[in-house]
Design a protein around this ligand. Sequence first.
Ligand code: GLN
Length: 535
Amino acid sequence: MPDMRKYLFVTGGVVSSLGKGLTMASVAMLLEKKGIRLAMLKLDPYLNIDPGTMNPFEHGEVYVTDDGAETDLDLGHYYRYTHSPLSRASIATSGQIYDTVIKKERHGDYLGKTVQVIPHITDEIKRRIAHCGEVADAELVLVEIGGTVGDIESLPFLEAIRQFRHERPHNCLNIHMTYVPYLKAAGEVKTKPTQHSIQTLRGIGIIPDLIICRCEQPLSREIKDKIGLFANLSPQAIFEAIDVKHSIYEVPLTLHRDGIDARICKELCLPNSVIDLSAWQELVKTVISPKGTLTIGIVGKYLQHQDAYKSIFEALEHGALAAGYSLNIRAIESDKEEMIHELSGCDGCLVPGGFGERGWEGKIAAARYCREHNLPYFGICLGMQVLAVEFARHVMGHIHANSTEMDPHTKMPVISLLSEMLHREDLGGTMRLGAYQCLLQEGSKAHAAYGTSSISERHRHRYEFNNRFKQEAEGAGLVFSGMSQDGSLCEIAEIRHHPWMVGVQFHPEFKSRPTQPHPLFRDFIAAAAKAKSHD
Ligand code: GLN
């Protein structure tokens, strides 16, 4: 059967950090609202098999899917803006592609042939593009190619999408996103970098059908004509991604106003139905005129890197907007001594996930402050372990309680590896990754938030709460409100006599959407708003 699926390829030109992922997610959201079944794929040119081993300073957050793939943070944008299924099939790095080809070569699958970038690497890229559409049974596959046109690393991807289109000439569309800077000194916008980027793309054999120009100033008809002339395109095929005034939630609204979704549907012969964006308009309205501001302290150690806690920042924002507030995030470095003073002006405190010892004691001090001062606290993954150890130290009186990650020889291993607890070496220190079912205790804050007894959330950690201490902790006022399905692992811990102090072993931030805030983030923010109103 011929492949009748449609494909939309998005490349980037001129500079990186143009917001290609966000733009693509916004375009995808508009198309999904027209009733088109989507799949999304990120092709990443780096050689790591996945970003799991990369320092968050380097690459930003690692976004985890239900099936346990450790992926690029752009998949987080895809999740927040669409409902398209995300899995291992939604990302392919150069590392994975080379790994597959080299393994096949060792296996003798190439029958003695010389293994080369073309056709073997490009074939593997094409296979993955087709596979992504198949597993999702999508009508349209959106493929984002990481990096900037002209980079050596992304060449095999560009060659692969050129061939892919050659094989399906009527079902593919290329979008090229570039930058059209405004030069203050000259008092005008400059199209030259865009012209060069289009030329480079053309040299590789790719002719863009639509161009999205990231710009600070609106583009005049004259400028669009000029870009169109170089690109062999009518000015109607040149779109603006203009810097938004108030919020990223304006991006889909401005793109829609510009008519990009209608144009894509026309080019790919897809149904162009009328869509309702009122929920997004409401979000922007709240951003512009909130009823107040909430200050949330985030106690972590990767805070200088804007993207290291991307999904957490987003999920907090979703919760704040749902409550009608704007959000002020106070980044509190956990290894600074004066950090506790910074917490005192906050309406709530969040301790995010993390690895390693640095900043650990600072996080414990933050949790203690929140518990003793009734300040809403939300602990995520490592933040839950912090909550448990702080409780063991200062409420249960085990002053030496610790996690074996921080002190392998602690006598009070409240948090430890499963292998240590079960005395089984074969379990090793492997990471628990992906979605697991969790059962909630009625009457708890977690149950009140979710409104259901069984949930599924995504994990990315090695250490667990040590059940040896469970009974004693319960007696002292720690509620284990979420347990794994077989009852063996503590997934949620909350302080009974506290307005809202909840720690979760999983990562709820990966499953929050602007128009559907995650229940725990929503309730944490609601508790912070309540605390503020009592001030
Ligand atoms: N370092 C902790 C563990 O491995 C927490 C991990 C995290 O916060 N993602 O269990």
